[in-house]
Design a protein around this ligand. Sequence first.
Ligand SMILES: *Cc1c(COP(=O)(O)O)cnc(C)c1O
Length: 370
Amino acid sequence: MNVPMLDLTEQYQTLKEEIFTAMDDVMSSSRFILGDNVKKLEADVANYSNVKHGIGVASGSDALLLSLHAAGIGENDEVITTAFTFFATVGAIARLKAKPVFVDIDPISYNIDANKIEEVITSKTKAIIPVHLYGQAAEMDKIRAIADKHNLVVIEDAAQAIGATYDGKKVGELGDTTCYSFFPTKNLGAYGDGGMIVTNSDDLAEKLRVLRVHGSKPKYYHHVLGYNSRLDELQAAVLNVKFKHLDSWSLKRREKASVYTELLQNELGDNVITPKELEKRYHVFHQYTIRTNNRSELQTFLQEHGVASMVYYPKPLHVQPVFTEYGYKEGDLPETDKAANEVISLPMFPELKEDQQIYVVEKIKQFYTK
Ligand SMILES: *Cc1c(COP(=O)(O)O)cnc(C)c1O
């Protein structure tokens, strides 16, 4: 049997006609940039996140970059975040010449350890970027309280967590801005790059709408140096079709996660630690990520038996060569370093079949008992 990490073909077959029609409408209208499809998706995603504004941009990476820019972050500013994330989180900070300040993760959720944030706040700290890794929200009540106390901006990196909640509140409700990615492999994926920022702030929304069109307002008059960063109509048309299914897909991901956890529980002892949904969280399982003590051998064994797996992320950002100037070294963030050596994500998507999951777990068990 072959079990891929992610297979989008079945989803496409069920939505094909609707997507063809939606794309044809865009092409027939010949309106490709900032038209009705983008407007509709912005309104729907903002509403879904229980905030007022949605601003479609070219990618999740740009959502982070424009959010930091709109919040006025730049040279000599410090931004607190996690090193256990995708490159883009920290790339955006560095791109604006601000300095990333890393806080270690909580080893259970893999998210920034909110109890360690205050220790690193200085007079230069301007913002916190919590990342809701693998689809589970970071500890947003503590993070919001710390930010309010020290007058910091909170930018949520929710690229992996659209639809997740914290204490009944949607990801997106507690940040000043929240960044979504519509990269094809994300829980709500386009057929190319795309992203969105949601915010309750009229002021930030206005700034972001100007920034994404080269800082142009009124048209062809530029007071700020902006970007060319728009979500395009074709992608928005696809996303409008897919968005209606997002909640049912999240439910299916949660079901698959329960099946894995149940199947993995016996016999494996400490060899495999299954993911935990923390209190007050609704986890949307962008990834189903386990911890193991023999990862690379396990990964090779699974591969030999047709089971795909991925490591998110093998080299945390504080030790990436491009970021040496910030002065971190291995050992500075012990829980981050440990997780980077132990985590492995198993195949996860809404259409994953139970017999595939049984096979995956059977192979894991075989590896540890052979
Ligand atoms: C995917 C991702 C991004 C970047 O999104 P793109 O749309 O690929 O630019 C940022 N942060 C995290 C945590 C991500 O997983």
